[in-house]
Ligand binder design. Structure first.
Ligand code: GLY
Length: 322
């Protein structure tokens, strides 16, 4: 991938719609979700802070139905949705993650509510949802539609035949059955005042065990922001958790790299330790450098800044963003 190693003028927003194999994807709708997310996120950023920008962008992707987050979330082993999300404000260093969400339509709004209204950093399950309802968040009936039921039945019957060895060597699993691959959505932003924020949301991956929590709601793994940089990751949560991927990428910036190089180095680390087809990452730093790197076939991504006339959107490596 060709890298534009130059800083952009703030405000800046960068979004991803997940790294993966893109084996069967409706690109038109997927690209349109990326465009709407980055455009609306940028609007929010123009009138508000980095936090408002990333929340709006991720909410759009949770609502679009063509990404693995919010209403587009995949089904777990028992055939229902369990979603995770996380958010961090790089100025205040406040953060929150929510896990195993089944009813709240926008887990990213719940994560923000937990950050704003509680003393906790991570909340999972029923009470988190009840609190969300009390705080006025919308619920949604996540009962799967026909297309999702069909896909679940197909994957489940492969599992019964021994075709999918769940929990054994996840990367082999994903290499072999590309259509169970991950999605996840995320956004990072640098606002006019120089504040940074990151947000990430996911349905996890097909046939994950009920109760499984991935990297997405965990500070430093699925998301991280401080005064130097903000990062959001996508990929196989178990590996990203072990790597502490987003914190690692921000540390590369703290060590003197720009965000473009920090993204590349972080994904090189993932490939070296966990193999190819494991992760993707977006990052923006305080100087306005941006990074987007992945070791999968593609990663939907889009950006907009004061330096751009219109959103730049890319999915595969043959198009340079960044
Ligand atoms: N990265 C999303 C997940 O593994 O849940």
């Amino acid at each position: 991938m060709k890298h534009h190693v130059q800083p952009f003028e703030k405000p800046i927003i960068l979004v991803h719609g997940g790294a993966g194999s893109f084996s069967r994807r409706n690109f038109k709708e997927y690209r349109s979700c990326l465009k709407d997310a980055v455009t609306n996120g940028y609007e929010a950023l123009l009138s508000g802070s980095a936090i408002e920008g990333v929340v709006e962008a991720v909410k759009m992707m949770e609502d679009c139905g063509h990404m693995n987050a919010g209403i587009g979330s995949v089904l777990n082993l028992h055939g229902y949705v369990e979603m995770d999300a996380g958010i961090m404000d790089g100025k205040t260093m406040r953060a929150a993650g929510v896990a195993l969400i089944r009813k709240i339509r926008n887990p990213i709004l719940l994560a923000k509510a937990i950050m704003d209204h509680t003393d906790h950093v991570l909340l999972a399950g029923d009470f988190a949802e009840k609190l969300g309802e009390k705080l006025g968040l919308e619920t949604y009936d996540f009962a799967p539609q026909e297309d999702k039921k069909r896909k679940y039945n197909e994957l489940y019957s492969r599992l019964l035949k021994g075709d999918i060895k769940h929990l054994r060597r996840i990367s082999e699993l994903v290499q072999k059955y590309k259509d169970i691959a991950y999605g996840t959505v995320g956004a990072v932003a640098l606002d006019r005042e120089g504040r940074l924020a990151a947000a990430t949301s996911t349905g996890g991956y097909w046939l994950k065990l009920p109760g499984r929590i991935g990297d997405t709601p965990i500070v430093g793994a699925g998301f991280y922001a401080n005064k130097n940089a903000a990062a959001s990751s996508t990929g196989i949560g178990e590996y990203i958790l072990i790597a502490g991927l987003c914190r690692k990428a921000v540390e590369f910036v703290e060590a003197g790299l720009n965000a473009t190089s920090a993204a590349v180095k972080s994904i090189e680390y993932m490939s070296a330790f966990f193999g190819e087809n494991t992760a993707g990452l977006i990052i923006v730093d305080f100087r306005g450098y941006v990074g987007a790197a992945f070791n999968t076939k593609g990663m939907g991504r889009a950006m907009l800044s004061k330096s751009h006339k219109e959103p730049v959107i890319a999915i595969f490596r043959d198009y340079s963003l960044v």
